[in-house]
Write a protein that binds this ligand. Sequence first.
Ligand code: MGD
Ligand code: MGD
Ligand code: SF4
Ligand code: MO
Length: 737
Amino acid sequence: MSARDRARALLRRHDGPLTRELVRAPGGHGLGQLPADRVPDRVVRSVCGFCSTGCSLDVHLKDGRAVGLTPTTDYPVNLGMACPKGWEALAPLAADDRATTPLVRDRRGRMAATDWPDATACFVAGVRGVQQRHGPDSVAFLSTGQIPTEEMALLGAVAKFGLGMVHGDGNTRQCMATAVSAYKESFGSDAPPYTYADFEASDVVVLVGSNLAVAHPIMWERLSRNPNDPELIVVDPRRTETAAAATQHLAVRPKGDLELLYGLGHLLIARDAVDHEFVAAHTSGFEAYAEHVAAYTPGRVAEATGLDIEELHRCADAIARGRAVSLWWTMGVNQSHQGTRTAQAIIDLALLTGNIGRPGTGANSITGQCNAMGSRLFSNTTGLLGGRDFTDPDHRAEVADILDLDVATVPDRPSLAYDQIIEGIADGRIRGLWVIATNTAHSWIGQADVHELLDRLDLLVVQDLYTTTETARRADIILPAAGWGEKEGTFINSERRISRIRKVAQAPGQALADFHIFRLIAEAAGCGGTFRSWDSPEAVFDLLRELSRGRPFDFSGISGYEELDRAGGIQWPQPVAGAEVDTERRLFADGVFHHPDGRARFVIADSRPAAETLSARRPLVLLTGRGSSSEWHTGTRTGKSAALRRLVPSDPYVEIAPGDAAERGIRPHDWVEVTSARGAMRARAFVTPTVGTGRVFVSMHHATTNRLTMPSFDPQSRQPAYKHAAVDVRRLGNAAG
Ligand SMILES: Nc1nc2c(c(=O)[nH]1)N[C@H]1C(S)=C(S)[C@@H](COP(=O)(O)OP(=O)(O)OC[C@H]3O[C@@H](n4cnc5c(=O)[nH]c(N)nc54)[C@H](O)[C@@H]3O)O[C@H]1N2
Ligand SMILES: Nc1nc2c(c(=O)[nH]1)N[C@H]1C(S)=C(S)[C@@H](COP(=O)(O)OP(=O)(O)OC[C@H]3O[C@@H](n4cnc5c(=O)[nH]c(N)nc54)[C@H](O)[C@@H]3O)O[C@H]1N2
Ligand code: SF4
Ligand SMILES: [Mo]
């Protein structure tokens, strides 16, 4: 059979049917009031494809078509709730700008529609051509935390073991890299220890750099069900919706967290709030920690953080008194020039006070994307499949053995990280890039350079749902992908719960699940045989179970998809087949951590200044982040829902404090220009005291925000520091918008 015929045969098999099972009889949520054409004849259960909360959704099918959805009531995550994005999860599928055929740039520079055999042949010829001209390392890929684990694993395997790429990273670098490096060093493995029930079981909850009410609304709902009338301490320079609901809001100076956390350690030791038994039995490095924080006196910390000494004492008192203290962090910590050390200072506090392994406790990194947790284990980017190391010959041999590969195809060098790949484009080492389910041209830090660099590539392939993303518009080849709802696989949520997503709609035109696109590419590249056993998401799930065996996240005891369906999602680890397990489980109940000595480590460091200093010309700190619970990142999906669009401002806006606005003659709703040393953006002034004097906030959802951000990185995790840059704001004439 020719390559073209093989591709056609594969294609026929890939255009598979919708999920058949009747998961649950339709009912509940007022379905009786629906118009006749919306009353479902079947309901299929899936997990939401936006954030890492992992809410279960019952998708309504009528005559084989998805006509609506309702949040699942009997699911341990969301208990019948969903945020606006979850309710609108089907809307992005029907958009006009869906990529429906492969597109390849022709000789005259225009994108021309073609079929899959031709597009995959062009893809392979393009990749091979660049590799032949500039060396095997000159083509890299950028992947994502937003496709099923089975697809990520296949992508990483085809790219590295099939196409010979060495370099690949993903958007989880922008997001979770810091938590990964912090956990690995402190606990011995990447292991977020909590279960969502912990939100309800604490009597003290500390949120550091997390706007939970906006970014994780259903976790926020879980927290509001806490019956203990908990002390809620929010550490955020801004008075966010989350901070406004706190019993203590510590409006820390941006990037002052490390000093604050050491200052709290100092005060807790002074109060003898140390769990000596736990520290002695289960940790190492306490003496050095105690010595280190001795220097972080309340006076010094107040000075460094802009907080009052009384605020520090009040916070330490609450933590000291707490019986079950949980500490949670998100991007206010991870996206910092010293993110890893800051995350570890949070972990230090949990260890110090013995707040780990019990209900309502933990040092808990909240994840971002629906399957960032899957990408942390199986994306095969900077780490080898299953949390392994490319440079370790035993690890390479293990993977080759499980996957029946020639071990010589497994790279023995680690990959460049995202920022190094971008740098590689700048210095000519990287000439080809394959971008899957991420929108680099909008979301990467320091956007002005990135646009120019993407345009400089010999080959840019973008695999996305849409032809119109900032990145797709620069592509030489667009591979049209099916989206959430149009394919099968599993996600892993923030609390380590593995759940299924289901095919409830047909992808439009020739669009295919990423899984099938990777299979077609392997076939076109002549390495289809290597991946013969990877022939369905469920078959890959079996390979992943094998790859997990004996690792800290071992889920080899899950028999397969059918068991996931029956249990309604299962948290890792699950090493023993057939074991009766709780639906809500946390790690480290036995006090045994993943370092060889079984102990968790206190890690300490000195605080360093942020990369960019403020000046008379640029006296304001720029903070960026999520704007509302109705917007998702670069807006390619949420922007397609009329209902969600109505819930958000149509113009870009910048939050600025009343004093800072008055000083610049800026009135509410004026058009202004925000400028940094790298670029400028226009926005409406949203004059509000919540942002704090000397700071401005711009949401990441605007295409122009990352013109302003300053490319600087955490040295341990290489995560971008999106939340600190020096800027100024000036008023524009009112017609300026
Ligand atoms: N609606 C919606 N929800 C989402 C997403 C989305 O795009 N839209 N994205 C998902 C993803 S991928 C992620 S990673 C998460 C992110 O979830 P979060 O991290 O909660 O969201 P952010 O708004 O990025 O940042 C949180 C807060 O950090 C604060 N901050 C900035 N600098 C500092 C600092 O120096 N110290 C402290 N303590 N705080 C600081 C900001 O003011 C902001 O309020 O959200 C997920 N959920
Ligand atoms: N200034 C600033 N910038 C930031 C942040 C910040 O706080 N401030 N946060 C950072 C963080 S935490 C994150 S996670 C990143 C997110 O940044 P991105 O990953 O760039 O943002 P998304 O809009 O989620 O892009 C996902 C892309 O994948 C496509 N897609 C969706 N589903 C599928 C699928 O199933 N298959 C394929 N092939 N494509 C699909 C979508 O259409 C979209 O184009 O942004 C980072 N950028
Ligand atoms: S909270 Fe997250 S997982 Fe739940 S419905 Fe909203 S976006 Fe989806
Ligand atoms: Mo993220």
